[in-house]
Structures are given as C-alpha cells and as structure tokens.
Write a new protein. Structure first.
Length: 552
C-alpha cells in the first residue's frame, strides 16, 4: 500500500482518526507493536464512562447541567497556570466541553453507542464551587462498557480494511520518525516476533525479527500514555505538589502503555509539555487474577467508607472516596507512607463498591439486562467484588474491630494501626448518626448524595453505624497507588497538529489521544472530571482525521 497517512497505535484514538480518514476515502497504514488481539488498546479494558453535559439521561433524572456549569467545573479542576504550556490545553478544554454539551452524544449515538439511563457522579470535588470537581452527575456508562466503545469504531475500520483503504501492520514497533527538510515524512522501526495466539492484554515479547520503513504525507501518533512505565512516572513525579513518589506503584494499564513515542517524537522536533501532570488513583488493589504484569484494579467506592491513612488517622475533609483524587493522594502521602485503609461494612460494600474495568463488570459488558439487574439489585455484593473480598490480598474481613485491626496489621507495609485509636474515631463518627444533621462532613455528604435519585437507588447505602453488627461483617481494604493516565504530552493545535518548542507547526506530524494529553498536551490541566479520557481520544482522533481529510 502507498498510504496517505500512517497512524501509530491501534488504540481508540488511532481507530477514530483512521475511521475519519477512511470515511473520506484516504488510505491509512495503521502500525501497532502489539498483535491484532489488542485492537482498541486500553479502551477495551475501560469501563466506558463518558463525560456528557446536559444529556437527555441527565434531564430525565432531574439534573440541571449546562455548558457554563461544566466549563466552570472543568476550569476549576484544570487550574491552568502555565502561560506557555497551557496555551493549547486551554483552547482544547473550551472546545471539548462545548462538544460534550453539543455534538458528542449524537456522534457516538450515530455510530450505535448507547449509554445507561442512570448517570454516575464521579469526582465530586474539593468542596469549592469554583474549585475541582463535578457539580452534578455526568458519568454516563456505555451499555457494553469499553469493548462497545471500541466496537463502534473498529467495525467500520475493519470494513475499510476489507475494501483496501486500511492496512494494519501489527507487531510493528515504531522506533523513529523520519524527518526530511524539517517535516515528518515517515516512520522506521522493528518488526517484533509474531505472537498471534497471545491473548489480549498479556505482555508480549520484544524480540526483534526484522525492520521496516514506511512513508506517507502525514503521521498520526496515537500511542497512548506512560501508565505502565514506572521509570518515567517516577522521573516526572510532582513531589513538591503531591509529596514523595510512592515506593509501591501497581499498574492500572497494560504493558504496552510504555510512553516511548513521547521521547521518539521529541527527538523528531515535537514539543512535549506538562509531563508532571498525571492521574494516578488512590484506590488501587492488586488483581488476584491478573492479565498484565502488576495488574491493579481501581475500586470505585461510594462516599460512605471511612478512609484512614497508613497510621490509622482519618483523612481530613473532603477526602472521601470518589471526591478528589489528587487531594486524597496528597493527604495519603503526607502520612509518610504510600498506602491507606478503607474501613466499611458488608452493607456498604454491597451497595457502594464497583470495580473499574470491562472484565470486572461482565453484566454490563455483555449487555445482559437480566444479569445486570440480578447482580446490581439482588442481595450481596456483585460477583467480581465478592471475588476480591474472598481472594484479594488487600482485603480483611472480620466480625469484630479487634480482629479487623489484627488482620490489617498483618498486611500493613508501615506502622501497626492502634485498635483504640481507630475505634475512638469510628465510635465518634457513629455517634453523629443520632440526628438527621450533625457536624461530621462525610455524613453530611452521604445524606446530600442520597438526595440524588441515582445515588439513592444504586450507589449510596443508608447511613448506619459502622460498628453495628447487623451491618457486618467489618471490612478493611488496603488501598495502593495505582498508575493510570497521563495528563500531559505532545503539544497540539486544535487540528491535532504537533507543534515545535517554538510554537510553530511541525509539518507532517499529528498526535491524538493520551499521548497528546487527550488534546493540546494536557486538556485536563492538573485534575480530571472522569469519563473525559475516552471522549478526549475520540475528540482529538476525530480532529486529526478531519483535518487531514481536508488537507490531503
Ligand atoms: C481499566 C481502565 C479503565 C478505564 N476507564 C475509563 C473510563 O471509564 N472512561 C474514560 O474516559 N477513560 C477510561 N480509561 C482510560 C482510557 O481507556 C484511555 O485513556 C484510552 O483508551 C487511551 O487510548 P489511546 O488510543 O490514546 O492509547 P492506547 O489505548 O494506549 O493505545 C495506544 C496503542 O499504541 C501502541 N503503541 C505504543 N507505542 C507504539 C510504538 N512505538 N509503535 C507501535 N505501536 C505503539 C500500543 O501498543 C497501543 O495499542 C480507562 C483505562 C483503563 C486501563
């Protein structure tokens, strides 16, 4: 094939760019270091949560949302403060929120994607109206989760492959961008040993069996972030902002999320910005049934569990589960240790624990309505949560607090938690339950959340005493820091063209998805509102595809 465009990466961003290009009749060569089984990259494993603003689903639930409110939330979260590096991210942020409040839902709907009627309330914020967080629920779960997000783009792209418009080069690892006369004109790299039968997500061999060079009018880099590259994460970790980098990091993304293309693009003349901005989660548990090395799962916990640092001190307000990811990370690391504890009851786990990842939500992923109703509304925790409770190394289950603390201290990586200190704090919180009001801000947040029908039905347990045996057994979960998203990256203009450090366009080079900080080199700024990553891949991949379709 004599391609018009080479796309590096067959994850979501690469698929979207390819889809737009093929729609416009352009010939595309898609190169990926992994095998065909990995088509769709990280998006396949994702929960498929999508940030939408003023959607019909929100309106049906009585949620009043608007572009203005969403932009206020976005800018409050992003906290852009860098004159040079935040120039494009600021513009991307405005354009992206406009799209989330405008054409995004229809674009995805036209491709066949549907969302669930109940809207989730992720990242509820730091308590300031103009600060970080979602003022209202905006997390729309895809019916079919990540695999469905992939399907709606993969199907037309595979159709274009059959028509000869798209060609894939799997196990083709790009090691260099070819630059001539100041423009990117192609790619060079290594052909890796074939592994057709290796299952999706498994780490693959890096044995080189050949080399390649391909040329085209433009190259779109869509190679993902740095999430599995702990070396790069440690190198750029923002110690002054968040505290010392954790000694123990577990990986929320597959091994192919290696961040190599950032350095390779930089060598070719690209500007990489905001490398110190990352989105790593505080609620990581070790997967008892791993797919990739160090496989970590994120607990999406509702607001009721009590959260203690490694020394057994309750995290200060408003560090409640799912409120303020970076704020909580800072509070945890301030203890001098890199893990923390959730303490909860069986009643809370049943209603409030969800796990992020398509494979952890088989009912929604397989679009099985009956299974979904049974597992979400029936008594007991959903199957995958129960499996972690039984097999996960981070879980302690006990009928008394004394036994619970003994169990916690058996798996603690730091100081022993003192039973009496923990008990005093839990009893104090439990005493606040006597009235419908009180001064415990977490209980106020729980009452507040239950005023939203979506939370009351599926997400937030009725307040009860943690030490009430009727709600037992007691559960403690050791939470580790889980690596996931890269918020900085290749600096791009609104057409996804990569720019040089002097701000001029680097001809021939485009970037989309996580490698471009989901647009501009960091559309999220310092903090994300959740469900914004898949959408960021779609928005920036689409921008690259449309711009190239116009210009070629
Ligand atoms: C468990 C999980 C849950 C998530 N849940 C959500 C959610 O609910 N909502 C949300 O918005 N986001 C979510 N995300 C994040 C989202 O899925 C990712 O940010 C997004 O899919 C990244 O897509 P991408 O195309 O930019 O990169 P990737 O999916 O990483 O794809 C990049 C591709 O490039 C290839 N590649 C890399 N380097 C090279 C090279 N040198 N040569 C050739 N090929 C190369 C890789 O092999 C890979 O296939 C989740 C992620 C995970 C892992």
């Amino acid at each position: 094939m004599n391609p018009d465009v080479i796309v590096v990466g067959s994850g979501l961003a690469g698929l979207v760019a390819t889809h737009e290009l093929a729609k416009a009749g352009k010939k595309v060569l898609v190169l990926d270091q992994e095998n065909r089984n990995n088509l769709g990259g990280q998006a396949f494993w994702s929960l498929g949560g999508l940030f939408l603003v003023d959607s019909p689903e929100q309106r049906r639930l009585g949620i009043k949302d608007s572009y203005e409110l969403a932009l206020q939330d976005w800018l409050g979260s992003a906290a852009f403060d860098r004159e040079r590096e935040d120039t494009w991210p600021r513009r991307w942020a405005q354009a992206y929120v406009e799209w989330a409040a405008g054409g995004k839902r229809q674009y995805l709907h036209d491709l066949g994607l549907r969302v669930l009627p109940l809207v989730g309330w992720a990242e509820r914020g730091d308590g300031r109206a103009d600060g970080h967080g979602n003022s209202v629920p905006r997390f729309h779960l895809t019916w079919g989760t990540g695999p469905e997000v992939v399907r709606v783009f993969a199907e037309p792209v595979l159709g274009a492959e059959q028509r000869g418009l798209v060609e894939f080069g799997f196990r083709h690892r790009v090691d260099e961008l070819v630059v001539e006369d100041g423009a990117v004109v192609g790619v060079r790299g290594a052909v890796l040993e074939p592994c057709d039968d290796l299952e999706r997500g498994k780490a693959s061999s890096r044995e080189v069996v050949g080399e390649f060079e391909h040329r085209a009018a433009a190259v779109v880099v869509a190679s993902g972030g740095v999430g599995h590259n702990h070396e790069l994460i440690r190198k750029y970790w923002p110690t002054e902002r968040l505290g010392k980098c954790p000694e123990t990091l577990i990986s929320g993304v597959p091994a192919h999320v290696d961040g190599r293309m950032l350095g390779i693009s930089e060598t070719a003349g690209a500007s990489v910005v905001n490398r110190d901005r990352m989105w790593n989660y505080t609620e990581g548990i070790v997967n008892w049934d791993p797919i990739w090395p160090d496989h970590a799962i994120r607990i999406l916990a509702g607001p009721s569990s009590l959260w203690f640092d490694a020394t057994g001190r309750r995290l200060p307000a408003p560090n409640y589960p799912s409120f303020d990811t970076n704020g909580s990370l800072k509070a945890i690391l301030a203890s001098g240790y890199d893990y923390s504890w959730l303490v909860l009851t069986q009643t809370i786990i049943e209603k409030e624990f969800a796990l992020s990842g398509s494979e952890q939500n088989p009912d929604i992923t397989s679009k099985d309505v009956k299974l979904a109703l049974r597992s979400r509304l029936a008594k007991g925790a959903p199957g995958p949560v129960e499996a972690f409770k039984q097999h996960g190394v981070d879980f302690v289950v006990a009928s008394t607090l004394r036994e619970l603390v003994d169990g916690m201290n058996r798996i603690a990586r730091g100081p022993a938690v003192d039973h009496d200190v923990l008990e005093k704090q839990i009893v104090a919180r439990d005493r606040e339950l006597g009235n419908k009001y009180g001064k415990d801000l977490q209980l106020a947040a729980v009452e507040h959340a239950r005023r939203y029908v979506g939370d009351r039905i599926t997400r937030v347990a009725k307040p009860h005493r943690i030490l009430d045996p009727a709600h037992g057994p007691l559960i403690a979960v050791r939470l580790n820091i889980l690596t996931r998203k890269t918020l900085g990256g290749l600096e791009t203009n609104l057409d996804s063209q990569v720019v040089r450090p002097d701000g001029s366009v680097l001809p021939g080079l485009y970037a989309a998805g996580e490698v471009a900080g989901f647009g501009g080199g960091g559309v999220h700024g310092y903090n994300a509102l959740e469900g914004t990553f898949l959408g960021g891949c779609v928005f920036s991949g689409r921008a690259a595809g449309l711009a190239l379709a116009r210009s070629l």
